[in-house]
Design a protein around this ligand. Sequence first.
Ligand SMILES: [Mn+2]
Length: 261
Amino acid sequence: MQAEETARQYRSIWLSDIHLGTRGCQADFLLDFLRHNESEYLYLVGDIVDGWRLRKSWYWPQSHNDVVQKILRRARKGAKVFLIPGNHDEAFREFIGLQFGGVAIQEDTVHVTADGRRLLVIHGDQFDAVVRYAKWLAHVGDTAYVLLLGINTGFNWVRRKLGFPYWSISAYLKHRTKKAVEFIGDFEKALADEARRRQVDGVICGHIHHAEMRDMDGVLYCNDGDWVESCTALVEHENGKLEIINWAEVIRARAAMKVAA
Ligand SMILES: [Mn+2]
């Protein structure tokens, strides 16, 4: 494949909420992203493997294996790879401080950008009151959510057959729900406060499946999004500039180019 030699080189890449082991995981989009984008630092910011779902029913197609292999290969080739556990892969939390195949497992970490900014990297569920105080409640929410993602996958299969681009029902519904908007706001504020408390310049997190990058009263809040609905990553250019990449959009644009040509 020609993809490997046309890969873009970034200083850092942050990915989270991949949810390997679920039908909602857009592993093919992620494999395409990994083929086209390389980095010196690779941060896996939690919910990479969905242990909650896997415990209920085993789902592990080849593409999910390929994602794991691609990541391990990067670590072997010298990329600095960090795994920050999330709530869906909290089993990794037992291995904090250890290294597997060149992947360092840490509860959270501080990344220093090329232009000297110190950014806390953390999944974020620690600040989610629902997950923290009523785990069973979060599991109920999780089941409804997975059901919705199942509908989303079926819906997009039909759309694809009809020649329409990928569209996320759950992303749409979530953004429409006022409660969800309030929750996102509270979450962002909690994370920004934590960055302030730790006296760093900002925070990079995941968990709420909502990519974002903005200043919150002098603290930079970044969320790298997810690979279930939006297919987004956060990247750092060689000069330290941060950017959110929406890979679903890149693929859409590529498909449109093909039609035009
Ligand atoms: Mn999470």
